[in-house]
Design a protein around this ligand. Structure first.
Ligand code: C2E
Ligand code: CA
Ligand code: CA
Length: 689
């Protein structure tokens, strides 16, 4: 019987060793801490079982108190308890407990070893099998190991991750193994432990061997299942990333087009309409620039959530990028239905949005494209909804607009204009016209303002309002503006050489140029090239771009002013710049916009504004220039108010360099100034209509 017991122990030891090796191997591959703890636990079990096996032949040849037998049973006992500690280290790590530190580990393992070795030693010196103490000692380890496996089983069950076949196998094996430990205690209590071992014991040993093996196999399956699940999750995540916008979680352009491509045949078959809405937030860039990207991002998330909230489950809301969203309403019966959707979107966006304690008011411009009326394929519908949105925007914010075929012709026109302008930049199809700026008190022309003209090969001379916006939005204004500055400086140098030594030139500067770094160097180079003093040049900046200037732009202007270049604010009164901001802005002059001058004297309101601007400028020590003076009465009024300079058709419309030179010569012949309104008509070339 003891031979078969020996064999049973040995087989269990081998099983534990194999399992420990499997755990160790998988630990090296997966680097999961619990595998290392369990490899150690099963290695300890292997030592325990090997020790138990060794005890069988040793008991025949050596007395009980021989140091070899004592040592062997101490090692067996110690490893038996250490197995439990390692098992629990591993399972507690599985449920995400804080790992034990080195000192705690040493203490717990040391304690287990001491308890195990101590109990084995007492047992070895007192082999009185019948005594209740033996039952207690033999059973003690069984109870502890049994509990430890129950705890480990519950940890394992609660651990996050897949709960499929592999994990069920391990948990089941743990529970059965725990029960088998308890049955050892029961057996010891019921029968005579010292009696020869029965087949039952051997059978239990074999079952434990199988269980140990199932644990190893189960962990392997479990890890593979987990890896499989991870791979699936990663694939899903990759798909989510490829088809969704990470900021708002909404579908992206690609997924939107997919949905649209599926919805179109559906609508065709069921003979109903579908609507594509293009939603663009108004003035979002302003929020982003002034309040920062974090607030801008938050705003986009709020808007995304609101759109999602007001629309139907079956509608698709996507983010195209930036502040552009699109909506697909896959089933609409009439155009009115589509308009109702647009109205819902508009109202939901309009409600005040609170971010970081600020209240933001946002509006959206919406374009609507309808299948099949405005397009029968996804890209055309989207493009036409975009065109409609663009039209809504140009008509003022917070509007929606249905697509009309004529919009495409507008877009085509814009496109044609853009390529024509590009060609214009390449071939330098530009010229400068000059308009005199006159001193009110004595009628002397002090400055010539340079006005850009585009010599279109077919259209002829094109005025700035027709192309400046496009030039700004495409960035072409930068080379054009540089060219204008250069030409104006060259012309002024010619005039100065011709004897007009006190003449100045004023050049309009676009916002885009102002934001461009290197502006100071460009201006300095132009002045140096034509040997002009900085004081000969004035730069005009639109009021809106002045009030929106960033610190770097203001810095550039300060440097220019320090050089001696004069800075004037153009179109003053049309923007919303606070008067106080002017105090910190590097500025020398204000230009009252044509729209106020036009109604001077006639309109009390505009007159009041002009009067206030003049008073303000004087109080700030700034010069005032009135633009657009067409009537002698306006000039008289301005003179009475103390406005020092003026320009306008009353003197002359902008004229090309040759004409401007003629005007200067005539003026010199007339004593260096414009004498009377009567003489003005003679000076001025025909006004533009
Ligand atoms: P601005 O700087 O306010 O120029 C005044 C505009 O009013 C000019 O139009 C001028 O021809 C017009 N004007 C002059 N006197 C009168 C008048 O008595 N009555 C009326 N009704 N209008 C008058 P223009 O030349 O078409 O220029 C339009 C705008 O284009 C300019 O407004 C300026 O902002 C911009 N611009 C012109 N040249 C350049 C340039 O070289 N660069 C940049 N960035 N912008 C330019
Ligand atoms: Ca100007
Ligand atoms: Ca102006």
């Amino acid at each position: 019987m003891s031979d078969s017991l020996f064999a049973s122990y040995l087989v269990q030891a081998a099983g534990a060793l194999i399992t420990a090796t499997i755990f160790g191997g998988f630990y090296r591959a997966y680097r999961k801490g619990f595998l290392r703890e369990w490899a150690l636990s099963w290695a300890a079990l292997c030592v325990t079982m090997a020790g138990a096996a060794a005890g069988v032949p040793l008991s025949r040849v050596l007395p009980l108190d021989s140091p070899i037998r004592l040592g062997a049973s101490a090692i067996t006992g110690a490893s038996g308890y250490m197995q439990v500690v390692w098992l629990l280290f591993g399972s507690s790590e599985l449920v995400g407990r804080r790992p034990y530190n080195v000192r705690e580990r040493r203490f717990l393992l040391g304690l287990a070893a001491a308890v195990g070795a101590g109990i084995a030693a007492i047992h070895a010196t007192d082999p009185a099998g019948e005594s209740i103490r033996f039952v207690f000692r033999a059973g003690l380890r069984g109870v502890i190991v049994g509990f430890a496996f129950f705890v480990a089983a519950s940890h394992l069950w609660l651990a996050p991750g897949v709960r499929a076949l592999g994990r069920r196998m391990v948990v089941g094996a743990f529970v059965l193994f725990g029960i088998s430990q308890f049955q050892l205690l029961a057996l010891n209590m019921l029968t005579n432990p010292a009696a020869p071992h029965t087949t039952y014991n051997i059978l239990v040993g074999f079952c434990e061997f199988v269980l140990i093996f199932v644990m190893g196999l189960g962990v392997v399956i479990w890890l593979l299942e987990e890896q499989q699940a991870e791979a699936t999750a990663t694939a899903a995540q990759v798909e989510q990333l490829a088809l969704h916008d990470p900021l708002t979680g909404l579908p992206n352009r690609k997924l939107f087009l997919d949905h649209l491509n599926i919805a179109i045949p559906g609508a065709r078959r069921a003979k109903h309409k579908l609507a594509v809405l293009f939603v663009d937030l108004d003035r979002f860039k302003l929020v982003n620039d002034s309040l920062g990207h974090a607030v801008g991002d938050r705003l986009l998330q709020v808007v995304a959530a609101r759109l999602r909230g007001v629309l139907r489950e079956t509608d698709t809301v996507a983010r195209m990028g930036g502040d552009e969203f699109t909506v697909l309403a896959p089933v609409v019966n009439t155009v009115e239905d589509a308009i109702a959707v647009a109205r819902k979107i508009r109202e939901s966006v309009k409600e005040v949005i609170a971010i970081e304690g600020r209240e933001l008011f946002v509006t959206a411009s919406i374009g609507i494209g309808i299948f099949p009326d405005d397009g029968t394929d996804a890209l055309t519908l989207l493009k036409n909804a975009d065109a409609a949105m663009y039209r809504a925007k140009t008509q003022g914010a917070d509007l929606f607009q249905l697509y009309t075929a004529e919009m495409n012709s507008h877009a085509i026109e814009q496109l044609a204009l853009e390529s024509a302008l590009r060609r214009g930049v390449e071939h330098l199809e530009f010229s400068i016209h000059y308009q005199p700026i006159v001193r009110t008190t004595d009628g002397v022309v002090c400055t010539m303002e340079a006005m850009l003209r585009w010599k279109h090969p077919v259209l002829g001379l094109v005025r700035p309002e027709q192309f400046i916006r496009l030039a700004e939005s495409t960035g072409m204004i930068v080379p054009i503006g540089d060219w204008a500055l250069e030409s104006a400086c060259r012309q002024l140098a010619e005039w100065r050489a011709d004897g007009y030594t006190d003449l100045h030139v004023a050049v309009n500067l676009s916002n885009r140029q102002l934001q461009q770094e290197g502006l100071v160097a460009t201006v300095r180079a132009a002045l140096e090239r034509y040997a002009l003093p900085a004081s000969a040049l004035e730069l005009e900046i639109g009021e809106t771009s002045a009030s929106q200037s960033k610190a770097e732009a203001v810095q550039q202007l300060s440097e220019l002013k320090a050089m001696g270049v004069a800075i004037s604010i153009d179109d003053f009164g049309t923007g919303y710049s606070s008067l106080s901001s002017l105090r910190t802005f590097p500025v020398d002059a204000l230009k009252i916009d044509t729209s106020f001058t036009r109604n001077l004297v006639r309109d009390a309101n505009d007159t009041a504004i002009a009067v206030a601007v003049i008073a303000l400028a004087r109080s700030l020590g700034l010069r005032v220039i009135a633009e657009g003076v067409e009537h002698p009465t306006q000039l008289e009024f301005l003179n009475a108010q103390g406005c020092e300079y003026w320009q306008g058709y009353l003197c002359s419309a902008p004229m090309d360099a040759k004409e401007a030179t003629l005007v200067l010569r005539r003026m010199r012949a007339a004593g260096g100034r414009i004498l009377s309104p009567a003489s003005l008509g003679a000076l001025a070339p025909a006004r533009p209509t």
